[in-house]
Write a protein that binds this ligand. Structure first.
Ligand SMILES: Cc1cc2nc3c(=O)[nH]c(=O)nc-3n(C[C@H](O)[C@H](O)[C@H](O)COP(=O)(O)OP(=O)(O)OC[C@H]3O[C@@H](n4cnc5c(N)ncnc54)[C@H](O)[C@@H]3O)c2cc1C
Length: 477
């Protein structure tokens, strides 16, 4: 065992060890002594992790391992699993679910150092590090001249979003993120680093694509990528702002829109960036579009008469910039979500009322509701049982995010979130509640999250993670 200088000094003098203000019994200190010698570098252990998107019931680690190599992940998983120390991989840190439970006695494995993104010679495959966020992945893809299916917010972990399903602007053209996965390098509960493909480990390959965080830590993934010229990497996008009285018309227009594979539309109930007042904001996206074709494709939304229009043609590396404000770290941001089939104006009026009531509370101005509508023809051409992702039947997903700083608002935040979720469920058009795992609050029954995949996931879990060491993310029991 290698001893750090202060530790060696402590041993030699027999004095109690109090190092740099940290008691030697702290988990971080214990890992510095016991795990560090097995890592690729000397200073990879710290006491705090990079800030998370939401502080609401956020994982509270006793130590953080800032891995630099795949072997560091192997060593850390083995170390923690053998000692029953809870652990959690952190990628973008956007996961807002309340299912984390480290309670100062567990370890965060910070994957940010594994952020390499490379392409094969003909740009048809991208290999993306387990710690790459969407911004980093798109920057590399844009520079390489290729498109990759990622989430639509720059701060989100590419893998964090992908492993749950992976919605994004290119879903209409290329299907869900999980449908583009060719292979994954994964550290499993037994401490093995496996290269998982459809033929090497069919069950694990199936489970990782929809319920990934329950089966291992993905150090990198190889996905399909799509070579594109500069001209082919342009999209028309931006936001159209409406007044409150136009809500029903906007909701109905989205309901009536026929989305071609190039189109995506989001609806936000959010503070108008210029006035700070609650507003109805539609965010259309049209791959390959321009002002003329974009306005034609979304003519029904223009006919309602937006009060502001920020749409323009943007290159691939700027498609997500409209949502950069949503990436702000910190504050409390629990999220209540539901999948559903149709936009119902009366439902959205009820959600609006709940949103406005909460948003006007002190410190809650940034709160919002977000609806995502993707063209799903391509995703539905893929067999529904081909991966663990269980929601191909769901047309639309929405979530309410109370965003606040004072925990005295917790109860009102929950009232807003539950009201919005109940309203969405009440007119969902689904035979049972279904929620995209990456949008779940954390209190849902497992069949709401994993649906028809749950039974098979349980069987695969018994085989690959019999002691359930990957238990922090909508834990499969
Ligand atoms: C602002 C915002 C925008 C979003 N936009 C989209 C979107 O466009 N499309 C979409 O599909 N979702 C979107 N989401 C939801 C997003 O997919 C989830 O929040 C996701 O869990 C975030 O992943 P992360 O890596 O950022 O977070 P983390 O909290 O780091 O990770 C979430 C979970 O995934 C696990 N995980 C992360 N990386 C790995 C890995 N390499 N191997 C194994 N497990 C891993 C973590 O351990 C954790 O359990 C958005 C969320 C936010 C807050």
């Amino acid at each position: 065992m290698k001893l750090s200088t202060p530790l060696l000094w402590g041993f030699l003098t027999g004095l109690p060890l109090v190092l740099a203000g940290a008691n030697c019994n702290s988990l971080a200190q214990r890992l510095r002594v016991e795990l560090s010698p097995h890592l690729s570098g000397e200073n990879l252990i710290s006491a705090t992790a990079p800030p998370r998107w939401s502080d609401f019931e956020a994982p509270d680690p006793g130590a953080v391992v800032n891995v630099a190599t795949e072997s560091d992940v192997v060593a850390t998983v083995k170390y923690c699993a053998e000692r029953n120390i809870p652990f959690l991989a952190q990628n973008g840190g956007n996961g807002w679910a309340t299912t984390f439970h480290l309670d100062k006695t567990g370890v965060i494995i910070n994957l940010a150092g594994l952020n390499e993104v490379t392409f094969n010679a003909d740009k048809t495959q991208a290999t993306i590090g387990g710690g790459s966020n969407v911004s980093n992945t798109i920057d590399h893809a844009y520079a390489a001249g290729a498109l990759v299916v990622t989430g639509n917010c720059n701060c989100v972990g590419t893998l964090g979003a992908l492993l749950g399903g992976g919605y994004g602007n290119l879903v209409g053209k290329y299907s869900l993120g999980v449908d583009n996965i060719l292979s994954l390098r994964v550290v499993t509960a037994d401490g093995l680093l496996r290269n998982v493909t459809a033929t090497s480990d069919p069950d694990l390959f199936w489970a990782l694509r929809g319920a990934g965080p329950n089966f291992g830590i993905v150090t990198s993934v190889t996905v399909k990528s799509y070579p594109a010229s500069e001209e082919e990497m342009q999209a028309w996008t931006g936001s159209l702002v409406y007044g409150e009285h136009q809500l029903e018309d906007v909701v109905q227009a989205i309901q009536d829109l026929v989305l071609t594979p190039d189109m995506v539309i989001f609806l936000y109930l959010l503070a108008d960036p210029t006035t700070g007042s609650p507003a109805v904001i539609a965010a259309p996206f049209f791959y390959g579009g321009n002002a003329t074709t974009g306005k034609a494709a979304y003519s029904s939304l223009y006919a309602i008469g937006p009060v502001a229009d920020s749409t323009s043609v943007k290159p691939y590396n700027r498609w997500n910039e409209g949502s950069d404000g949503l990436c702000t770290r910190g504050s409390f941001k629990p999220g209540w979500a539901a999948g559903f089939q149709d936009m119902v104006p009366a439902t959205w009026r009820g959600i609006w009322d709940a949103y406005v009531a909460f948003q006007k509370l002190p410190g809650a101005a940034n709160s919002g509701v977000l609806l995502e509508a993707y063209p799903l023809g391509k995703a539905r051409s893929v067999a529904s049982g081909s991966s663990a992702f269980p929601n191909r039947n769901v047309n639309l997903n929405a979530f309410a995010i109370p965003w606040y700083n004072d925990s005295s608002l917790d109860a009102q935040a929950a009232e807003f979130g539950n009201t919005a979720r109940d309203l969405l469920r009440s007119t969902s058009g689904l035979s049972r509640p279904q929620t995209y795992v990456n949008f779940g609050y954390g209190d849902e029954d497992l069949d709401v999250i994993y649906g028809s995949s749950l039974a098979r996931l349980r069987d695969i879990k018994k085989k690959y993670d019999p002691n359930n060491v990957f238990n922090q993310w909508f834990n499969i029991l």
